[in-house]
Design a protein around this ligand. Sequence first.
Ligand code: CP3
Length: 357
Amino acid sequence: MTSPLKNDRFLRALRREPVDRTPVWLMRQAGRYLPEYRETRRQAGSFLGMAKNPDVACEVTLQPLRRFPLDAAILFSDILTIPDAMGLGLYFVEGEGPKFERPVRSAADVAKLGVPDMETELGYVMDAVRVIRRELDGAVPLIGFSGSPWTLACYMVEGGGSKDFARIKAMALNEPAALHALLSVTADAVVAYLAAQRAAGAQALQVFDTWGGVLSPAMYREFSLPYLQRIAQGLERGEGAQRTPLILFGKGTAAYLEDLADTGAEGIGVDWLVELGEAARRTGGRVALQGNLDPTTLYGSPDAVRREVRRALDSYRDGNGGSREGHVFNLGHGMSPDMNPEHVAVLVDEVHAYSAR
Ligand code: CP3
């Protein structure tokens, strides 16, 4: 059926097995910092037009892999496909980011939501996974992804991005049952979505809890963590070497590393506000760790990029009993449109060169 993997460093690292070099991929590795992406986007007309066309989504997924020897591909799509398929009406305003025509503002709005059908309403995502797997031809593994229930709910309730998350926090305080109902149906949709991506060919899965860190600890433990647990426990992903690893990425959630390591996920993605060595000590080999270079490091000179890459690699090794096993190199969050592709080349080269010694 499909070709065996030619490069399985990323999957081996997630199983905490020895690797010849530390694997590396970058959040938002496909995007506007690449001139070829901007050209494809100009032709396709819009971001959603790209994401909803499996051949274009495949082309854009492969663009960074043609430039850099990355160890994984990530599906070109968005976390907001689920609420869009739930009927909220996703659209993008140039320079303002994502918005919903019909945000969720009340218990009555929540009651109207259901889990979308994965092969019809979200069929374009599964088709993209299948096309990308075919075109990758086993070069590197393909990562599928979803937003976390909390992070998706933030966009669904706020109606777009937010600075203070006033609406959803008010819902948490005033109507916690409505918010739990929203998180619950969203968690069911996330589990079905990740399972469908896995069935279509995704070889690893990542959940983005981008806004987990805006919650107080008590609220995080009530409104985000339990739903991450539900995904890690409820998502069927096979056994042993065939198991499809799940990575839970959180921004500003380093305080909960021990809890995240206890969810049953195979990997935890960490931002740059925690030392990787400390993260490794605190999780004690129970999970693989992914991260955690500050993305703005890419604004530094090539020498500065190399120095910071070595620092992150050494920090992980020192906290992991002197071994590089169980580390997937990444940024602590996504890349920005004004970053220099040449600095990305330097980053990827240094990860491979330094970790091979
Ligand atoms: O990492 C990758 O290369 C895969 C593709 C990917 C995109 N979005 C493409 C995209 C992934 C994994 C995402 C996830 C995503 N989307 C998250 C979680 C990760 C994170 O960054 O925290 C969030 C919060 C979203 C919601 C979203 N989608 C926002 C806030 C925006 C606007 C961003 C901006 O810079 O304008 C998007 C649009 C989006 N998703 C773009 C891309 C490449 C920009 C599209 C464009 O204008 O061409």
